[in-house]
Every structure is written in C-alpha cells, then in structure tokens.
Ligand binder design. Structure first.
Ligand SMILES: Cc1cc2nc3c(=O)[nH]c(=O)nc-3n(C[C@H](O)[C@H](O)[C@H](O)COP(=O)(O)OP(=O)(O)OC[C@H]3O[C@@H](n4cnc5c(N)ncnc54)[C@H](O)[C@@H]3O)c2cc1C
Length: 392
C-alpha cells in the first residue's frame, strides 16, 4: 500500500490549491491528489464561461449563504487578491468587481497549478474515485475504485457539491464525511435557471432584455438583481436570473417581478404610450420602439389597453416560480457538510487530521467569483493549518 503524508480527495479548485500551498510550504511533504475525472481541475477550467471569474473585489459576508457563511467570510479574511498569489499570471477586475485572469482563459489557471504542483513533486491519481475512508492505527486508509488502496496521515475532503455531474460532482461523496460522523444539511441547486409559469411568455423564447428582477417568497422581498433576463420555453435564464436564483433557492411560494427598462420611469413609459394612442397607433404597437416588439406585445396582452396599466405591467411583470432546472444545470450547491463540526482551520472537530474544504461544505456564494474565492481560501487555510501542525 502506498503511503502519503496528505491525501487530497478531489482535484478541483479547493483540492489543487490546498495541495499547492502544502508543497509550497514544505516540498518534503508527500501529497497525493485523487480525482474521479479524466482531467484535474475540469470544473475550474469551465468556470466563468471558460474565462474564470476567480474572485470579486466587493466582498461582504452577505455574499455568502448557508450555515458556514460567517466561517467562509472569516476564512477569506477580506483577501480577494488571493488568486494573484496562487496563480502565476496577472488579473483584472471588470465594472462589477469580478476578477478574471487578464488572458481570460480559465484553463490557463489549471495549467499553472498543474505545472507548479508537478515541479514540486505532488502525485496525482486519476481517474479514480475514493469510495471509502477508514481509520487504522491513527492514519487513514482510502479505498479507491482502481482497487489499489492508499494510506495517509491526513485527508482533505475537497469533493465539491452536487452541481453538474459531468465534472465529477454528483453528490455521491458526501457519504465519505457522513461515515466519519459528519452531518449533511439539505441540498438545493443554486445559481441556476428558473422554471416559471409560462402562460405570459410563450412568444418570448430566445429574447434577452436588460432588466431589474426582484424575487419574493410570498409577500417578502428576498432579493433583487440587475442584468440580462433570457426568456425560454421553461421560464427564465440570464445573469440576473442566476443571481436571483440564489435568493429563492430552497424557498416556497416564490415569484419574480421583472422590471423592463430599469432606467426609464413608469411616468415616462405612460407618457410614451399616451402619445402613441393620440397618434392612432393600434393597441399592439403602443410600446413599439420603446421595448422589443415581442416583449411590448406580451406586456400589452397582459395589461389591456389602459396606458397606466401598460406602464405598471412593464415595470412589474410578475412570473410565479415553479422550480429550477436542477443540479445538472446549477453552478453551485446550497447546503453540504454541516460547518458546525468544522473549525476555521478547516479541520474536522470530530476526526483529527481530517480537513473539509470548498463547496463540499454548507457554504455557497453569490454569482460573481465568490464560490471560487471560497474554494481557494479554504484550501489554502487547510494547508496552512496542516503546515503549522494543526494549530493555524
Ligand atoms: C459551469 C460552471 C461555471 C462556474 N463559474 C464560476 C465562476 O465563474 N466563478 C465562481 O466563483 N464559481 C463558478 N462556479 C462554481 C465553482 O466552480 C465551484 O464552486 C468550485 O469549483 C468548487 O470548488 P471545489 O474544489 O470545492 O469543487 P470542484 O471544483 O467541484 O472539485 C471537486 C472535485 O472532486 C472530485 N471528486 C468528487 N468526489 C470524489 C471522490 N469520491 N473521489 C475522487 N474525486 C472526487 C470531482 O471529480 C471534482 O473534480 C461555476 C460552476 C460551474 C458548474
């Protein structure tokens, strides 16, 4: 049986940065990264539409959700520039504070990690799934799908969540922590397209508009976002919807209030409609030129011919939410291994030398680089803690 000081289960954003920080801190530590996929960092390479939105300069505890939101904020410690120290390249931020590698290529980040990890002598086993972890004489024995078990002094569970199984994350690995005594909180897809009542949007498939979207659970406002809304045959997609999906994840009785033309007042819209009425425009053309024709007709069909009603419907186009497209379309999982049993050193409070990091835990971030930042920061924190003998 092969022996390692540290076995990292999951070669994604959190696992690879943990391994890198360990090897940078002490190249004599033997580290193995095991991953189910045919490539390491497969999801990382696909992030941000292949451009890798790795962090955000606007950082607040409100950007994180789940039982571990405060833990995540504390572990990140305001260090939104962490990717600059992890990857050997330059980064730039866009107008919304989203940080990207300036080459805008997420796969280059994986290349950078792999290059340095290989140089520092880290070992990799993939594709191989860790199916069981047991304790033996104070160490861990990991059973692998390859049939060759390994032994390690410390284990890092960096298995990700349940979002998008094609990246090796089908949720089947929570059981590894559960069998070691940890608890799993309920799982819900987040940063995902929303299914809605489609009766008022049947003619809008494929149309995209810049909108402000507010989400309600019953009468309670639970979030708002500005950005693209794309109408589809199942409901709505687009970056505003992704952002707002985090606010409705797991809630019942939700609806979206879509505000078209967010930079134009209701009064201006009403005046425009009255002017067109005075010029003898047919009813269906009362928003012509002001709003995309198909959107305009959908608003008018819903509102009737009254200018005040047309303007208020345009400003408050309500769609009841009926669900989401599910984990296979979600960018992130809400819920995970309960953070109550994990310290800020990322070590299990239940099992010594067991570390849990990244999306595997009950932490999820908003759209905009917050999830990768958490994955990197928690991976680095676990490594620092191991390097300092579990005292970090
Ligand atoms: C399409 C897409 C785009 C995204 N874009 C962004 C973005 O731009 N910015 C952002 O901040 N976030 C983004 N995210 C979210 C972000 O990618 C994740 O939150 C982040 O990758 C989580 O890192 P992780 O290391 O915890 O898990 P992952 O990156 O998911 O890695 C987990 C790894 O563990 C492996 N694994 C699981 N179980 C086992 C096992 N038993 N044995 C061996 N290996 C195992 C898996 O194969 C996987 O490679 C995006 C997500 C998706 C799906």
């Amino acid at each position: 049986m092969q022996n390692f000081d540290v076995a990292v289960v999951g070669g994604g954003a959190a696992g690879l940065t943990c391994a890198l920080e360990l090897k940078r801190g002490n190249s004599n530590i033997s580290v193995v990264v095991i991953d189910s996929c045919d490539r390491l960092g497969k999801k990382l390479a696909a992030t941000g539409n292949g451009q890798g939105n790795v962090s955000n300069i606007n950082l607040s505890v409100r950007n994180y959700h789940g039982g571990g939101a405060q833990l995540a904020f504390n572990v990140i410690g305001g260090d939104y520039k962490l990717p600059e120290r992890l990857f050997n390249c330059l980064f730039t931020a866009d107008g919304e504070g989203r940080m990207y590698p300036s080459g805008r290529q997420a796969s280059a980040l994986v290349d950078s990690l792999m290059r340095e990890l290989s140089m520092l002598g880290a070992r990799f086993i993939y594709p191989a799934t860790v199916t069981e972890i047991s304790r033996f004489n104070g160490a861990f024995v990991l059973t692998l799908s390859t049939g060759c078990p390994i032994c390690a002094g410390a284990v890092v569970l960096a298995c990700g969540g349940k979002a998008q199984r094609q990246f090796g994350t089908n949720g089947g690995s929570y059981v590894l922590a559960q069998k070691l005594g940890h608890t799993l909180t309920p799982l819900v897809p987040s940063l995902v397209q929303l299914r809605t009542d489609t009766s008022h949007i049947k003619t809008l498939k494929g149309i995209r508009a810049d909108c402000k979207v507010r989400a309600f659970s019953g009468d309670r406002l639970c979030g708002s976002a500005r950005g693209d809304v794309i109408f589809t045959d199942y409901g709505v997609s687009g970056n505003a919807v992704f952002k707002i999906s985090s606010a409705v994840a797991g809630l019942d009785d939700c609806s979206l209030a879509i505000e078209f033309l967010p930079d134009v007042s209701k009064e201006e819209v009403e005046r425009d409609v009255r002017a067109k009425l005075a010029l003898g425009y047919p009813n269906s053309e009362l928003l012509s030129g002001t709003l995309h024709n198909q959107l305009g007709r959908a608003v008018i069909k819903r509102a009737g011919g009254d200018p005040d009603k047309i303007a208020s419907t345009l400003k408050n186009f309500v769609l009841p939410v009926t669900g989401t497209l599910g984990f296979d379309y979600a960018q992130v999982t809400r819920g995970g291994i309960d953070c109550a049993d994990v310290g800020e050193d990322m070590q299990s409070k239940l099992v010594k030398n067991l570390y849990l990091v990244g999306e595997y835990l009950d932490v999820d971030g908003d759209c905009g680089g917050y999830n990768l930042l958490w994955a990197f920061a928690s991976g680095v924190r676990a490594a620092k803690s191991m390097l300092s003998g579990g005292k970090s």
